[in-house]
Write a protein that binds this ligand. Sequence first.
Ligand code: HXC
Length: 520
Amino acid sequence: MSIQTDKIKELVERRKASKIGGGQKRIDSQHQKGKLTARERLELLLDEGSFEEYDAFVQHRCTNFGMDASHIDGDGVVTGHGTIAGRSVYVFAQDFTVNGGSLSKTMSEKICKVMDMAVKNGAPFIGLNDSGGARIQEGIDSLAGYGEIFERNILASGVIPQISGIFGPCAGGAVYSPALTDFTLMVENTSYMFLTGPSVVKSVTGEDVDQEQLGGASVHASKSGVAHFAAHDEQEGIDTIKKLLSFIPSNNREDAPFKETEDRTDRTDDLLNEIIPDSPNKAYDMYKVIRSIVDDGDFFEVHAKFAKNIIVGFAHMNGRSVGIVANQPGVLAGVLDINASRKAARFVRFCDAFNIPLVTLVDVPGFLCGTQQEYGAIISNGAKLLYAYGEATVPKVTVTLRKSYGGAHIVMSCKQLRGDVNYAWPTANIAVMGADGAVGVLYGKEIKAEEDPEKKKALIAEKKKEYDDLFCNPYQAAQKGYIEDVIEPRNTRFRICRALEQLSSKSEGLPAKKHDNLPL
Ligand code: HXC
């Protein structure tokens, strides 16, 4: 055998060794926990044969605690680039079989390398996390590694989409990289995110809590909102990431991919002419409206389990990607509270950063009041949504279906927040507040003074009618040019598609500044 053949053999063997990470026993243990390995995940994520691995032979440089005697090529993370549906992406996948996927300085260098390349090449960055956090043996070097990653997350924010998949533990400061990215996905029962684990919680606060209750997928998808998606298993998680990518561009200079459709833009839907109940206090399902107006009824929801009183997600309209924001009258009457405001604000900002037009469907009775909301800073949180809409320069089309009262009317992409095209259904009520509240404020003393119950009832009814006739319709707003038109509900898809077409060449800027100071 020639020297060259020997060397090639060595390369093949070294590569083979690097591929099995911490060894078969640990791979088996990973499988027994219902988890895939880093490489198996990347295989599912990337187009077949598209993965180009970098730094497979990198080794850590730690000599503490006998670490110099244990080296595994690749050092617990698989990095590189590949394609998803033919589009380039940069990836890392932590390998739990190597020191529990813990982050060494060299691991961070590998991750930072692909982050830098993703930014330079304008491609999305996807991290699949499965790690015990900072590699304890490396001390401050490992912390520095996290710092390097966080800084890159921050600089890449708004430049390329960043997506975090949490496929195992994610503890300590490690959770902050996912938190800095645009979207976080968790897998039920096998992934956890927390600053400190259950044992530390017990010793600090005395609270008894297990991993699932403290930081499982369902907790973060429904209570904290840290996770935008919760998948039943890893396959579903990977599929969700791929689907998400199909709605978003590769960077902030591009448009999202166009999706061919047979769904005609002038398709009407008679259901919408009947969907608003006679009673203003009765709910209807906003999902029906969304599915009716978007291409092929295909709506990809974000934060589906969190703050359900507002719905956000992606769809296509006439083939173009749009971000939908819609109040949900079926949950808490669609009121805006702290979580709904935070959820929608973040989504609006993502869409604006990545050139995705916003379609807003309004049926909102107002902001939720009371001490719980005030103490939790509904004022600053509501202002986040106000800020996000007011700052957004992407095309903004708004349709008011029914209620649009007070501050919530302003917040939900009104004309004065640079809404481009604002429509209302004939059932819209655009006013400072609903008739009940208004009559109470304007005629409270008079009503209280009336002792005869029948006369009192008649007085309230009369005053409510007076108020309803004046304000509870879209025509006051239409007369003053605050909305462009009152439209027949069945034509909503067509009117939005046509508005978006018209706005596709929109160009609008912001005053020069270092950066804004949104109410965080
Ligand atoms: C080094 C680690 C490690 C770590 C796990 N391992 N975490 N090695 N540093 N942080 C090793 C284990 O020693 C073990 O090695 C192997 O990985 C698998 O771990 P197990 O504990 O056997 O697995 P499991 O029972 O599944 O438990 C997983 C775990 C647990 C929940 C993640 O390992 C754990 O609690 N780890 C520590 C989590 C943590 O507190 N990390 C530091 C956070 S502070 P062997 O050889 O025995 O198989 C932090 C600061 C970042 O991250 C700050 C940034 C600003």
